[in-house]
Design a protein around this ligand. Structure first.
Ligand SMILES: Nc1ncnc2c1ncn2[C@@H]1O[C@H](COP(=O)(O)OP(=O)(O)OP(=O)(O)O)[C@@H](O)[C@H]1O
Ligand SMILES: [Mg+2]
Length: 380
């Protein structure tokens, strides 16, 4: 399949064009589709007409190969194409119920909520679950994890993998972490991701947080529309990649509690509405004591529904499991061990510390992030 996607397999694309394209970070036919003619013309300096021709050929090539839907299709064909959508279990009954089986490929799932509500824990859990074999609800795929806040923790992956009976080393090997240093870099990582996705059979792309860098860099600069445009580009790219490569994408988005809003949703997404318009599914996470509430918002085909989940050593967990563990640990919890203790004791350490304060690292980081400018305009 990789052979088929080579740029020079397109009629009329010779070595010169191929070189021009790959210099601009466009390495295969999928990339052409993902970037689109306007951008291709911009980044390569070729005529817009030429770019359009090439992209159209690329599209045709993929349609013929059955990799992309035709322009005019019958509903039954769309239905058939949707059958190729994969689902990744969340490893919990509660969230699987909410997602109707798990998170989908060819779609962008936005998870938004306050600091500490479990967005990063969810992203870590999904990075493990996607690697499960298909019979067990995974897609036997790898992960591209774009970490913009330096909150990716391999130790968490190890615990989650162990809790699900998987080999932690193998699981770690299949997570490709890209640390993004600024918003332009974050976008570049995604623009260059095509070959990485292809070669590693990536089935899940995580952007945690998708919005944070854009927010901090453009804060108070009076360049809100510029920021929205850039963020828009990033989110669209993410969603097109998910569709083109048949992988799932998760974008996290921190929201602040806005006490001034008494009616309707008391929180506002930081990225304004750009993320919401592009994402296929939006999930809102909310703290409720030690438990968490997840609500499906704006889904094209799920009912608006809420479930209760919890956070634990195994990542996102069913609330019953959290209770079971608490009981178990009250018995063993006589000797307090440091959080870096070995795996035998990990379980007791985790639950005897109240969920709210167990992850000091994250909490501190979040606390500095949390107070946001309430006055930030809600655009669009
Ligand atoms: N090993 C663990 N066992 C149990 N709970 C944990 C563990 N690690 C983290 N947590 C819980 O996860 C919470 C942090 O969640 P997470 O980092 O996913 O929040 P977030 O939504 O990503 O926040 P932010 O917006 O600041 O990035 C902690 O407050 C703690 O309750
Ligand atoms: Mg986080």
């Amino acid at each position: 399949m990789v052979e088929d996607l080579r740029l020079d397999s397109l009629e009329g694309v010779g070595p010169v064009t191929t070189r021009k394209l790959s210099d601009a970070g466009v390495h295969n036919i999928m990339d052409l589709i993902v970037r689109g003619p306007v951008e291709i013309a911009e980044i390569t300096g070729m005529e817009k007409d030429t770019a359009e021709k090439i992209v159209n050929k690329a599209r045709q090539h993929l349609v013929e190969g059955g990799l992309l839907a035709k322009d005019f299709v019958s509903a039954s064909e769309i239905y058939k194409h949707r059958q190729s959508i994969g689902k990744i279990t969340t490893g919990t009954n509660c969230l699987d119920t909410l997602f109707d089986g798990g998170i989908e490929t060819q779609a962008l799932t936005e998870v938004y909520g306050e600091f500490g509500c479990g967005k990063t824990q969810f992203a870590h859990t999904m990075s493990v679950m996607v690697q499960k074999p298909k019979e067990e609800g995974g897609l036997n795929g790898s992960v591209l994890y774009i970490d913009t806040e330096n909150t990716f923790r391999p130790e968490r992956i190890v615990s989650i993998a162990q809790a699900h009976g998987m080999d932690p080393e193998k699981v770690l090997d299949r997570i490709i972490v890209a640390r993004a240093y600024n918003s332009a870099h974050q976008t570049l990582i995604l623009e260059e991701a095509g070959p990485v996705i292809e070669e590693n059979n990536v089935k899940l792309i995580v952007a945690d947080s998708a919005v944070g860098l854009f927010r901090s860099e453009y804060l108070g600069r009076g360049t809100l529309s510029n920021r929205q445009q850039k963020l828009n580009h990033f989110v669209h790219l993410l969603s097109r990649i998910a569709e083109t490569y048949n992988c799932a994408a998760i974008a996290t988005n921190q929201v602040m509690a806005s006490p001034d809003v008494f009616f309707g949703d008391p929180t506002r997404p930081i990225g304004g509405n750009v993320v919401a318009h592009t994402s296929t599914y939006r999930i809102y996470f909310k703290k409720s004591g030690k438990k968490r509430i997840a609500r499906m918002v704006d889904s094209p085909h799920h009912p608006e529904e809420e479930v209760i989940f919890a956070l634990g050593e195994a990542g996102v967990i069913d609330p019953e499991d959290a209770e079971k563990k608490t009981k178990k640990t009250t018995k063993k919890a006589t000797s307090k061990k440091a959080a870096d203790s070995d795996e035998e004791t990990v379980e007791s350490v985790e639950v005897e510390t109240p969920a709210e304060s167990s992850d000091a690292d994250t909490t501190v980081e979040s606390a500095t992030e949390a107070p946001d400018d309430e006055s930030e305009p809600q655009e669009e």
